[in-house]
Design a protein around this ligand. Structure first.
Ligand SMILES: [Fe+2]
Length: 241
């Protein structure tokens, strides 16, 4: 298995958030990704008002600079967007990027206190009504979602998707809950959420092996390869059997 992963969530762009701090670090992260069998990464710097005021324009500019120094390794545009109001309007205004300019949007919930579920459902429905499919990042690290998995079910019922972080599967306390979420069909893709080369590196192969071994290879292929590829192409995902 080589060169077929797509990493949907990676803080690779230097100086735009708390991810890569220099162009050199970004280049080293890309090298690690390539060696791990990752064939392309989606650059997903944070967009969070007041803290990370990134825009589609800023992100695209940073991607073209990094691509030039990266031997044209595929780096797709994206962002990890803090949930809020008017997301579809902000996409239409050209402020917020969709993943590879297609139809999926990576969203981040606050880790400890989230909006009421009805409000979240309305946000998902509003986006779907505008032909945008939201993907919520790392539900396994979100306290309210872990306390009440019916929230995840309800949002999936409205058309939302969920992306798990690969390293959570290696975490002793998180592995069990993560595998349970995957078995329930609550996870649609797995990505690195990489921030650097050491503590949070862009590595998918370990988690791929864990899912292959503990669940099955078809599920691993769907979550690490097939669905991420469909997301960057803007296509419908593979359904769970
Ligand atoms: Fe992230």
């Amino acid at each position: 298995m080589n060169g077929e992963f797509i990493d949907l969530h990676c803080h690779i762009l230097p100086k735009l958030d708390e991810g890569a701090s220099t162009a050199e670090e970004a280049a080293r992260m890309l090298l690690i990704a390539r060696q791990d069998g990752i064939a392309g990464v989606v650059a997903t710097p944070h967009i969070l008002a007041g803290l990370y005021n990134n825009t589609k324009e800023i992100i695209n500019h940073a991607i073209s600079e990094l691509t030039m120094s990266a031997n044209h390794f595929p780096i797709y545009s994206g962002a990890e967007i803090r949930i809020g109001r008017n997301l579809a309007a902000r996409v239409a205004d050209g402020e917020l990027p969709l993943i590879n300019n297609k139809r999926f949007m990576l969203l981040e919930l606050p880790a400890y206190v989230i909006p009421p579920v009805l409000q979240l459902e309305n946000i998902v429905k509003g986006l779907k009504g505008n032909h945008i499919t939201p993907i919520f990042a790392h539900p396994e690290r979100n306290v309210p979602l872990q306390k009440d998995s019916s929230i995840v079910e309800r949002l999936i019922g409205c058309g939302a998707l969920f992306q798990m972080t690969a390293s959570s599967l290696s975490h002793p306390d998180l592995r069990g809950p993560c595998l349970k979420m995957i078995r329930k069909g609550f996870v649609h893709a797995i990505a690195t959420d990489a921030h650097d080369t050491v503590k949070r590196p862009p590595i998918l192969s370990r988690a791929y092996d864990i899912v292959s071994r503990k669940i099955d290879k078809d599920t691993a292929n769907r979550l690490f390869m097939h669905n991420p590829l469909k997301i960057i192409r803007g296509e419908d995902l593979e359904q769970c059997p």
